[in-house]
Design a protein around this ligand. Structure first.
Ligand code: NAD
Ligand code: MG
Length: 390
C-alpha cells in the first residue's frame, strides 16, 4: 500500500480510552495523520464532537437506535453518518491506511476482519478478537497481505524486542502483569470487592471492562492467548511475571540467556505511537521514565489460587477448540453482571468455569461457527448469572 503523507487513519472505538489516546496523537501531529472514519457505540455527542474536530469523512454509531440523533448532530457538515454493525464494517472498509481496532469485546471482530480483508494495517488493541478467532484472523491477514501491529502494551513491547529473523533463538516470552489493584490480596479478602474498587487500577487509566479484567487477572490470561497468536511461540513458551510498577512492559528471553525488555512509563500513547508510525517512531508526550526516582522494580510469581481466571485462560489455550471463545464470552457476560452489581467479584471465575464445563468444545472451522459458539456461550452464561443472582 502506498504511504501517503499525511497517513490516513480510522479509529473503531474512538470515544474509548485507547481511541482518545490515539486521537490525542493525531491532534498533536496534524500534518502527519488524517482521520477518515470514527466510530462509537452509543455516545453520540462525544462522537459528533470528535468527528467535527478531526474533520472525519464518516462517523458511525454502533447502536442503530441512535442513527437519527447522530445525523442531526452532524447536520450541516460534510461528514457522512451510518449506524449498526453494517456501519461499523463500512468504517473499517473506508480507505484508510491504518485502522485502530479498539472496540471492546468480541463485538469488534466483524469490523476488524473487514479491515483485515482489504489488506489494511491494523493497529490492534482489541485482544478479545484474537482470543475468539486468532487462527482465522491471522490466516485472513496472510491472504490479504494485511499487517497486524500489536497495541496492547505487553505485545507491543515484545514486538519491539522480538527477533523475527531468528525466531528459533527465542526461548520464551515473559509477559509482565501489574497484577491489578488486588495483586497482594488473598481470595478471602476479595469476596466483597465493589465495581468502583475493581476499576481503580493503580497504574493504567483504562475502560471499565479491561479494568475489571486486570483486577481478576483474566486480562493477563487473554493476553497469553493474544501472544500465542501474534508471535511464533508455543503456549509453553509464554510465562507470566507479576511486576506491580508496570515499567517493564514485557520481555523476550533468547537461547544464549539474553533477556531483552522494553521499558517506559505506563502510558498507552507510547505503544499507540509505535503502532501508528511503525517502522519509524513518533514523538509522544508521555512522562519520561526516571528509574532513579522509581528506585526499585519488584517481581513475583502469579497467585493462581487467588486469581483463578488466569489459570482458566491458560487452560483454555492449551485445550484449544472453542474453549477460548467460551472463556471470552462467559467473561464478558460475567464482568457486565459484576459491574451491574448482580454478581460478586469472585463469581466472575465461577461463571466462566460453569460455562466451560457445560459447553461442547469442538474447534470452530469457520467464522460463522465462531459467532455461533460465541452466541451459545453468551446465552448459557446469562442463564448461569441469572441462577446465581436469583
Ligand atoms: P473503552 O470502554 O474505554 O472503549 C471502548 C470503545 O469501543 C468505545 O469507543 C465504545 O463506544 C466502543 N464500543 C464498546 N462496545 C461496542 C460495541 N458493542 N459496538 C461498537 N463499539 C463499541 O475500552 P478501552 O479501555 O479503550 O479498551 C478497548 C480495547 O482495547 C479492549 O479490547 C481492551 O482490552 C484493549 N486494550 C485497552 C487498553 C487500555 O489502556 N485502555 C490497553 C490494552 C488493550
Ligand atoms: Mg496489556
Amino acid at each position: 500500500m502506498s504511504q501517503a503523507i499525511p497517513k490516513t487513519i480510522s479509529v473503531l472505538g474512538a470515544t474509548g480510552s485507547v481511541g482518545l489516546s490515539t486521537l490525542d496523537l493525531v491532534r498533536r501531529n496534524r500534518g502527519k495523520f488524517k482521520a477518515v472514519a470514527l466510530t462509537a457505540n452509543s455516545n453520540v455527542q462525544a462522537l459528533a464532537k470528535l468527528a467535527m474536530e478531526f474533520d472525519a469523512e464518516l462517523a458511525v454509531i454502533g447502536n442503530p437506535d441512535k442513527f437519527l440523533e447522530l445525523k442531526e448532530a452532524l447536520s450541516g457538515t460534510a461528514i457522512r453518518v451510518a449506524a449498526g454493525e453494517g456501519g461499523l464494517i463500512e468504517a473499517a472498509q473506508a480507505d484508510a491506511e491504518i485502522v485502530m481496532a479498539t472496540i471492546v469485546g468480541a463485538a469488534g471482530l466483524r469490523p476488524t476482519l473487514a479491515a483485515i480483508k482489504r489488506g489494511a494495517t491494523i493497529a490492534l488493541a482489541n485482544k478479545e478478537c484474537l482470543v475468539c478467532a486468532g487462527e482465522l484472523m491471522i490466516e485472513e491477514a496472510q491472504r490479504s497481505n494485511a499487517t497486524i501491529l500489536p497495541v496492547d502494551s505487553e505485545h507491543n513491547a515484545i514486538f519491539q524486542v522480538f527477533d523475527f529473523n531468528a525466531d528459533r533463538s527465542v526461548e520464551k516470552i515473559i509477559l509482565t502483569a501489574s497484577g491489578g489493584p488486588f495483586w497482594d490480596k488473598r481470595a478471602d479478602c476479595l469476596k466483597n470487592v465493589t465495581p468502583e474498587q475493581a476499576v481503580k487500577h493503580p497504574n493504567w487509566n483504562m475502560g471499565r471492562k479491561i479494568s475489571v479484567d486486570s483486577a481478576t487477572m483474566m486480562n493477563k490470561g487473554l493476553e497469553v492467548i493474544e501472544a500465542y497468536h501474534l508471535f511464533p511461540v508455543t503456549h509453553e513458551q509464554i510465562d507470566v511475571l507479576v511486576h506491580p510498577q508496570s515499567v517493564i512492559h514485557s520481555m523476550v528471553q533468547y537461547i544464549d540467556g539474553s533477556v531483552l525488555a522494553q521499558l517506559g512509563s505506563p502510558d498507552m500513547r507510547t505503544p499507540i505511537a509505535y503502532a501508528m508510525s511503525w517502522p519509524g517512531r513518533l514523538e509522544a508526550p508521555v512522562e519520561r521514565l526516571s528509574l532513579a526516582d522509581i528506585g526499585q522494580l519488584t517481581f513475583a510469581k502469579p497467585d493462581f489460587e487467588t486469581f483463578p481466571c488466569l489459570q482458566q485462560a491458560m487452560d483454555a489455550l492449551r485445550n484449544g477448540g472453542s474453549a477460548p471463545i467460551v472463556l471470552n464470552a462467559a467473561n464478558e457476560v460475567a464482568v457486565e453482571a459484576f459491574l451491574a452489581e448482580r454478581i460478586g467479584f469472585m463469581d466472575i471465575s465461577s461463571v466462566v468455569n460453569s460455562a466451560l464445563t457445560k459447553l461442547d468444545m469442538k474447534a470452530p472451522q469457520s467464522l460463522s461457527m465462531v459467532f455461533e459458539m460465541d452466541e451459545q456461550a453468551r446465552a448459557l452464561s446469562q442463564a448461569i448469572v441469572k441462577d446465581m443472582s436469583a
